[in-house]
Design a protein around this ligand. Structure first.
Ligand code: F6P
Length: 366
């Protein structure tokens, strides 16, 4: 059997389950007699090796992945501003600009004797993986994101953990909301998709759920709050996805930097202030933010992470490239990376969870 050298990269925002995927890839590779290496911080380990005194490409053996399945984060580190095709570098004027360093990356992978790459990440990482495959690198993608917005896979790992945590937080907020007769507005991540807000909002029985797919009318949300007051329920929980926006209004953007996607955040505070003003009731906002990305992956996320990692190595063994591992219950299959990144998976307005929420009397502010 020929020895293969596999390199693993984790890119974009971290998600619970990354370490489980890494462990699964390493053990599945070693069990085939192959070698496994981890690239530090996305592709930075190879593009800026001087920043990593211990090496930008580190060997991964059984010891390095022992006991990490249940750990959040990634032992390799990650970044969401290290796209080799538009790498941020300071210009002579001190301003950051984007430079294509992909050829350099492909050459370095060759120099290091890397035969195949497994790229674990979200839509941005899958686009990079696809572009690298077009440059001749054998690449298999593994879909990751708490946002669950990757098309062509039923679910991404990290999402279940984020939803479970959000559900627990809302459970906790119920008692304080009721004790103070307040409106509690809970803002969660998810970018341009409302999956986290929708699933956790229904599971934890929020009174209104505002998601990017359904622009809201704040007066309708206020009306929901007041109808609860009239029926003797003097508190409300309003779940808001960071990508939610009012009818005819804009997204709330927290920041934009060269070399990375815009950052969302802040809509929860806007909803909170507007509801206070319209209803005359006291309101508080809780932004769960990065808490959703931390902690121990749920058993569901661990299991799909382990399955995805092993399936990625099997794909390499079969000589596949330019594909992404995808969950298509009850199986894991492979889809062309090109298709996987073509469109974002947002919540369909006629999906069963939305219908269920409406049947339960939850408002979407529409
Ligand atoms: O894509 C995952 C995600 O957590 C989004 O939900 C969120 O908008 C974004 O990353 C936040 O990124 P950062 O960690 O760079 O603030």
């Amino acid at each position: 059997m020929t020895t293969k050298r596999i390199a693993i990269t984790t890119g974009g925002g971290d998600a619970p389950g990354l370490n489980a995927v890494i462990r699964s890839i390493v053990l599945t590779s070693l069990n085939r007699g192959w070698e496994c290496y981890g690239i530090r911080e996305g592709y930075n380990g190879l593009l800026t090796p001087e920043r990593f005194p211990e090496g930008g490409l580190i060997p991964l053996d059984r010891n390095s992945v022992r006991g990490i399945t249940h750990l959040g984060g990634t032992i390799l580190g990650t970044t969401n501003r290290g796209n080799p095709f538009s790498y941020p570098v300071p210009g002579e004027d001190g301003q950051m600009r984007e430079v294509d360093r992909s050829d350099e990356l492909v050459a370095t992978l060759k120099e290091q004797g890397v035969d195949a790459l497994i790229a674990i990440g979200g839509d941005g990482s899958m686009e990079i993986a696809h572009a690298l495959s077009l440059k001749g690198v054998q690449v298999v993608g593994v879909p990751k994101t708490i946002d669950n917005d990757l098309d062509k896979t039923v679910i991404t790992f990290g999402f279940d953990t984020a939803v479970s945590f959000t559900t627990e937080c809302i459970d906790r907020l119920h008692s304080t909301a009721e004790a103070h007769r307040r409106i509690m507005v809970v803002e969660v991540m998810g970018r341009y998709a409302g999956w986290i807000a929708l699933n956790a909002g229904v599971a934890a029985t929020a009174d209104a759920i505002l998601i990017p797919e359904i622009p809201y009318d704040i007066n309708k949300v206020a009306e929901k709050v007041m109808s609860r007051v009239r029926s003797g329920r003097d508190f409300s929980i309003i779940m808001v996805a960071e990508g939610a926006r009012p009818e005819g209004g804009q997204l709330t953007v927290a920041g934009k930097e060269v070399g990375r996607a815009e950052r969302l955040g802040g809509v929860g505070q806007k909803v909170c202030s507007a509801l206070e003003e319209i209803t005359g009731k006291e309101a508080r906002v809780v932004v769960l933010g990065h808490l959703l990305r931390g902690g121990t992956p749920t058993s569901f996320d661990r299991l799909i992470s382990l399955r995805f990692g092993a399936a990625a190595v099997r794909a390499i063994d079969e000589g596949q490239s330019g594909v992404m591992v995808a969950l298509d219950p009850p199986t894991v299959r492979y889809v062309p990376l090109e298709q996987a990144t073509r469109r974002m998976k947002v919540v369909p307005l006629d999906c069963d969870t939305i219908l269920t929420a409406r049947d339960l009397g939850i408002s979407f502010g529409d």
